[in-house]
Ligand binder design. Structure first.
Ligand code: FAD
Length: 370
């Protein structure tokens, strides 16, 4: 029996695969193949669901800013505000951070201790400075993911769950892709949106791995006394030791851990939960009544921690859409639009015209790939 033929097959239906498939819709016969029984099971379904404009560093800022109005107009954002808090003695570091990110286009204002206390009641002594970021917001991740899946489907993209790519080989001008018991398909272009498995998928397709490393991140939901005010901002440590934010009367807390992991169904470790609580208790005097829930997920980073969007320079018709790190939700609109434009050769538009493609091309790792 002849295998079914698609112009483009996207591997992975997390936010990366779903969004790029939605942006590609209409550009041919497209398959979105997901290994799990439902899309969003891995990193996408486990995020802390915020949009923070400094997150990921100055070269991620353009992607975050370019994505902002899509998220806002779509109704996916709820304003929250963000606070970077700093310890006594970190004033110069905070100033350098402020200057670096304001220059990158982020809106922030400096707060003194009195202004910090007003926004973060219960803050312990020793936390002397803060930066307030008014445009920080919660993201409705499930709604955004579903929006992209629906947009893809309505544009003719076929979503197949339970389809794990297990082997691939070049077949004439394209690819023969093996999904095990689910059969084979032919593809013109393969888009690698496999998250933590991106290097594995690359190896299957004969491309050199780029060193995309999954790092485990833990989040827990706490019941605290007093309950966090609903308008509490997202609070991040300037030194990167924790963040927390309210969610429906509870508090989500992370120790900002980054433990290297094999690609897997990540689970939280007790040590990281204990570490988070220890750090939290040094910031505010709120009493923790219970850890109600905890989870972990894998954030996948390229060697320079920037996303990888572009055709593999050595293996034809193999497109990288990976390494979205800890910002794959907040950068999804611009990342996906740019990815689709690079795949189809379409002209850049208002959302993407100011993005510097060289920052994200896989060719920047030429030495690794050689
Ligand atoms: C705890 C945590 C907190 C985070 N908080 C935020 C945040 O607040 N804001 C933000 O913007 N980002 C955040 N992130 C990052 C964000 O979640 C990720 O950048 C994003 O979800 C990555 O999307 P993805 O589609 O690349 O990966 P995934 O969602 O992991 O999707 C990859 C998919 O590929 C599939 N796949 C793998 N191999 C194959 C194969 N061989 N065949 C078929 N399918 C395959 C997998 O099953 C998976 O579903 C957070 C991440 C974590 C873990």
């Amino acid at each position: 029996m002849t295998a079914e033929r698609f112009d483009i097959v996207v591997i992975g239906a997390g936010i990366a695969g779903a969004s790029v498939a939605a942006e590609l819709a209409g550009a041919g016969h497209i398959l979105l193949a997901e290994a799990e029984d439902f899309p969003g099971y891995h990193a996408t379904g486990r995020s802390a669901a915020f949009r923070e404009e400094c997150y990921g560093g100055p070269d991620v800022v353009p992607l975050t800013l370019a994505s902002g109005s899509y998220l806002e107009k779509g109704g996916f954002l709820t304003p929250r505000g963000g606070l970077y808090v700093a310890r006594e003695g970190q004033g110069d570091e905070l100033d350098a951070f402020y200057r670096q990110f304001c220059a990158a286009g982020v809106t922030m204002e400096r707060l003194d201790r009195a202004a910090l206390e007003a926004r973060l009641p219960g803050i312990r002594p020793g936390w002397d400075y803060a930066l307030h970021q008014p445009n920080c917001a919660d993201i409705d991740v499930a709604a955004l993911h579903e929006h992209y899946l629906a947009k893809a489907r309505s544009g003719g993209v076929e979503l197949r769950t339970g389809h794990r790519l297990s082997a691939a080989e070049r077949d004439g001008a394209g690819w023969r892709l093996d999904f095990g018991s689910r059969g084979e398909v032919l593809a013109g272009v393969v888009v690698n949106a496999a998250g933590a498995w991106a290097d594995h998928v690359a190896c299957m397709c004969g491309a050199n791995p780029l060193g995309i490393t999954p790092l485990r991140r833990t989040v827990m939901q706490l019941r605290i006394d007093p309950s966090p005010p609903a308008d509490l901002p997202l609070v991040l440590d300037l030194s990167g030791d924790f963040y927390f934010r309210p969610d429906g009367g509870k508090l989500w807390l992370s120790p900002h851990d980054e433990t290297p992991s094999e690609p897997c169904d990540a689970a939280p470790e007790e040590m990281d939960v204990a570490l988070a609580i220890d750090r939290f208790e040094k910031v505010v005097d709120w009493r923790i009544e219970a850890v109600e829930r905890k989870w972990a997920g894998l954030r996948s980073f390229s060697p320079d921690r920037l996303p990888v969007y572009g055709f593999d320079p050595q293996v034809g018709d193999f497109f990288w859409f990976a390494g979205q790190g800890g910002y794959g939700i907040q950068t999804a609109p611009a990342g996906a639009r740019l990815g689709a434009q690079l795949i189809t050769g379409a002209t850049r538009d208002e959302m993407t015209e100011r993005l510097d493609v060289k920052l994200y091309t896989p060719a920047r790792f030429a030495a690794v790939m050689a």
